[in-house]
Design a protein around this ligand. Structure first.
Ligand code: PLP
Length: 394
């Protein structure tokens, strides 16, 4: 077989991540590789920390990207904070809460699940009951933005509750960071992780994390060693810590970090407030189009994530055939349902650089065309005007 260079097709990414990566970020990735201990690189690392502190709205010194995808950020939080025998309450309202439970158990902890229906936000009352029933709980873990359902939970309230019961908190903000407000210091989140490829619109493969002093105290005073050598923060900090003296831990993904630096710089130039407003407005425009067509959201309005729109697949419509036509005919990727929602919903992402008027226009037009062509029971000719009415408002 003769193998050529790989040239991927140019797609519009409107799934649950990765999202469209701006040309500036791709260009940054291709800049010259330098050493991971080069003074110029160390200066870039310090800026990267500062940019991440801005994105997370925190002054936490331990704020840095883990050299691996969001799942590794999740694992970093659990392996460092959960010791064998620790009881951890995991709030589960979708796929990612389930992964948190797996993490707790693999760390030798005891997971107590507080479950809410898929598509609903985490219920603070249920968490409070569980905290009372399990007074020996050490940590509470929750997903801010459940990408599997499109529901957002009230992290500020849930963290407050956890602290009232002397628990540390681990919060997943993989899909929320950069798309909806995430305020680490104001909400007093102890350990947080995110991902590069969702609303930050960076290339996939990096996971920003941040730990406050309370969380670090627990890491420093563990009775047992962190079972993962790679993710042990006591060791990673030798490379990412303060000052010019950095020790080799692992070779940082140099070029990937250039791209995260650029993506975060774009976010800072736009401003967090402006980015959150843009995500909200574009969600309203997409929603107007989808609802005019006759599609319905699975999450109630108050809990909806603007960057992840989960809608029911109309009766009798072949899920895979629609997605495959969107990809083949329009180079448009939307997301399938995950876990319990597989085959039942589409997940349309408006994350980061993907959250643009031209993408909404393409998505609404392409969906209407494909669904109409397949004879689905949708209203034709009304979606675009409904969408444009919202986009036209300033
Ligand atoms: C995508 C996602 C993850 C996992 O991130 P990867 O980069 O795919 O490892 C974790 N949590 C949530 C909520 C996500 O959306």
């Amino acid at each position: 077989m003769l193998i050529h260079s790989f040239n991927p097709p140019v797609r519009t990414l409107m799934g649950p991540g990765p999202s469209d990566v701006p040309p500036r970020v791709l260009e940054a990735l291709s800049r010259p590789t330098i050493g991971h201990l080069d003074p110029a690189f160390i200066t870039m690392m310090d800026e990267l920390k500062e940019l991440l502190q801005y994105a997370f709205q925190t002054e936490n010194a331990l704020t840095m990207p883990i050299s691996a995808p969001g799942s590794a950020g999740m694992e970093t939080c659990f392996v460092n904070l959960v010791e064998p025998g620790d009881k951890v309450i995991v709030c589960q309202n979708g796929v990612f809460g389930g992964r948190m439970k797996e993490n707790v158990e693999r760390c030798g902890g005891i997971a107590v699940l507080v479950e809410d229906a898929w598509g609903e936000a985490i219920d603070a009352g249920k968490l409070e009951d569980a905290l009372k029933a399990h007074a020996d709980t050490r940590i509470v873990a929750m997903v801010h933005a459940e990408t599997s359902t499109g529901a957002q939970s009230n992290v500020a309230t849930l963290v407050k509750l956890a602290h009232k019961h002397d628990c540390l908190t681990i919060v997943d903000t993989v899909t929320s960071l950069g798309g909806t407000p995430v305020k680490v210091d104001e909400w007093e989140i102890d350990a947080i992780y995110s991902g590069s490829q969702k609303c930050l619109s960076c290339t996939p493969g990096l996971s920003p994390v941040s730990f406050n002093e309370r969380a670090l105290d627990k890491v420093r005073n563990r009775k047992t060693r962190v079972q993962s050598w790679f993710m042990d923060l006591n060791l990673v900090m030798g490379y990412w810590g303060e000052g010019a003296k950095r020790a080799y831990h692992h070779t940082a993904p140099i070029n990937a970090l250039y791209s995260l630096h650029e993506a975060l710089l774009i976010l800072m130039e736009e401003g967090l407030d402006a980015a959150w407003k843009r995500h909200h407005k574009n969600h309203l425009a997409l929603r107007a189009g989808l609802e005019a067509m006759g599609l319905t959201f699975i999450v109630k309005e108050a809990d909806r994530l603007p960057q992840l729109n989960a809608v029911s697949i109309p009766d009798g419509v072949d899920d895979a055939a629609v997605r495959s036509r969107l990809l083949k005919e329009y180079n448009l990727e939307i997301g399938a349902g995950l876990g319990a929602l597989a085959g039942k919903v589409w997940r349309i992402g408006l994350m980061g650089h993907s959250s643009r008027a031209e993408n909404i226009l393409l998505c609404i037009g392409a969906l209407e065309s494909v669904l109409g062509n397949m004879g689905a029971e949708i209203k034709l000719g009304v979606a675009l005007p409904a969408m444009q009415k919202v986009l036209g408002k300033s």
